[in-house]
Design a protein around this ligand. Structure first.
Ligand code: DHB
Length: 475
């Protein structure tokens, strides 16, 4: 009897603690301050709910906090851009760069993180001026012991659950969350869209005391997402194998013999990977590469670059200096791939992501609480110059790659995707976002994709276009 009573009280305590934890996640609509900012000739006035811890068991209350900005009009029955307090979509930008820890974005004084993307003040003000609610969550990152993969994406999911948990009390429609990020932040945004409600992340969310809610989102906006990390080394060398000079985070040089061999190995491995994906072009024809790396997939990459040049030409830019382009009667008729790569230049040394010295951002991302850096490809593990090289856990690597989840049975993948990767971006190969876009197209998702001409590794450079697209999919 005693034991049964003990078990009963134990269970009761467990549910009380759980209930209490969930209660702590209740949004307090009375705790705000008014913030104003002049933007495009008008004053934006918001209620700012800042630094709310979005989980019951935080490990890091510096990062695991969310800022929420709600236009004042929604508290007095107003309509903005056709949206009301119940229908306004939620713009959800993150400031992740370099897979580092990230603070939530702020409406006032929102500095860009050192060249690594993150929403500009303008993205947030534009969203608010167009009637969106803005919510931005901070997340843990690779430089802290508990911030290794998959901590960042787990945190973002927990923040989405917080928004959904409070959907009834908070203005805005948590079924219309549009995630936004650039580079590693674009990868986070892509992951959020790809992996909605997938059980792989559940134990991590439970441990953090995330709200008992779903975490799928409506739409993804991603700029130059640094994704598909375990295949990105091959994609990079397939594209840049002939470019031997590099300029990488302050270091310049020419690839030595060993690097040239690594480049060749990786380039030669890419066609097998690409062919295994079974991607189709718009006519249903399989996209392939031969053992030299030529084929209709390469033509597809070229066609995206031509479309980009054409758009730029149509807006009266002078492209006559680019000898790799053939332009006839206002039409870009061809692009020389090798010539384009000379113009683009190489940034990273091979392998671009899983570095043989085990010191890249990504090696650091795939550490764990006791080992700071690890390899995540068999190639770099085998060719590591470390004395005791280790490889990341398979599940950890899987959970950081959206390609593993898009349209799979156990994931609720976002229906709408807006992806941009600058045509002058060398942080990852063009094949990476093109494989993403093609996979989404092939699986029936709604994807708006382009390689904007001459744009380097950056984001939020086309805010009017971005929010016109968001309005179109939300209305
Ligand atoms: C970022 C850039 C990189 O080149 C990379 O490998 C990882 C992240 C970034 O800007 O976030």
């Amino acid at each position: 009897m005693n034991n049964i009573l003990k078990a009963f009280f134990g269970l009761l305590m467990f549910f009380c603690v759980k209930l209490n934890a969930q209660n702590h996640l209740t949004f307090d609509i009375s705790k705000y301050e008014i913030q104003n900012q002049e933007f495009e000739g008008k004053t934006i006035k918001v209620r700012a709910f800042e630094r709310i811890v979005y989980i019951a068991n935080p490990t890091d209350i510096v990062q695991q906090i969310i800022n929420i900005y709600i236009p004042e009009e929604y508290f007095i029955g107003g309509i903005l851009n056709g949206y009301t307090a119940t229908t306004a979509p939620i713009f959800f930008p993150n400031k992740v760069g370099g897979y580092m820890p990230a603070q939530p974005a702020t409406f006032l004084n929102n500095p860009q993180r050192g060249g690594m993307g993150g929403p500009s003040n303008n993205a947030i003000s534009t969203a608010l001026a167009r009637g969106f609610i803005v919510a931005s969550a901070g997340v843990r990152g690779r430089t802290s012991q508990l911030g290794k993969a998959p901590a960042g994406i787990v945190d973002l999911k927990a923040a989405v659950r917080y928004l959904k948990f409070n959907d009834k009390t908070m203005p805005g429609d948590a079924n219309k969350i549009i995630s936004n990020g650039t580079s590693a932040g674009g990868a986070m945004s892509t992951l959020l869209g790809a992996t909605g409600n997938h059980p792989d992340y559940e134990p991590y969310l439970k441990e953090l005391g995330a709200a008992n809610e779903s975490d799928d989102i409506f739409a993804v906006s991603a700029y130059c997402p640094i994704i598909n990390l375990e295949n990105a080394d091959m994609a990079y060398e397939w594209q840049l194998n002939k470019i031997h000079n590099y300029s990488f985070r302050g270091k310049e040089g020419t690839l030595n013999d060993m690097a040239l061999k690594v480049s060749m190995d990786l380039k030669n491995a890419f066609p097998n990977y690409l062919n295994s994906l079974n991607l189709k072009d718009s006519k249903g024809k399989k996209l392939v590469l031969d053992s030299d790396g030529n084929g209709n997939f390469k033509e597809l990459v070229i066609s995206y670059l031509i479309a980009s040049a054409q758009k730029s030409l149509n807006s009266s830019e002078d492209l006559s200096k680019f000898s790799f382009l053939k332009i006839q009667n206002g039409k870009v008729s061809s692009l020389d791939f090798d010539g384009y790569m000379i113009y683009l230049e190489r940034m990273k040394t091979p392998p671009a992501f899983d570095a043989l010295d085990n010191k890249s951002f990504e090696n650091n991302l795939f550490g764990n609480a006791s080992i700071d850096n690890r390899h995540f490809t068999d190639y770099s593990l085998k060719n590591s110059i470390e004395s005791n090289p280790l490889k990341a856990d398979q599940l950890q690597v899987k959970m950081m790659n959206p390609m593993n989840y898009i349209g799979t049975k156990s994931a609720n993948t976002s229906k709408y995707w807006g992806v941009r990767h600058g045509a002058k971006d060398r942080d990852t190969g063009f094949a990476v976002p093109i494989i993403l876009a093609t996979t989404l197209q092939n699986k029936g998702f709604n994807i708006d994709f382009a390689l904007p001409w001459s744009k380097p590794h950056s984001g939020d450079y086309d805010l009017k276009e971005l929010f016109d697209w968001v309005d179109k999919i939300c209305k």
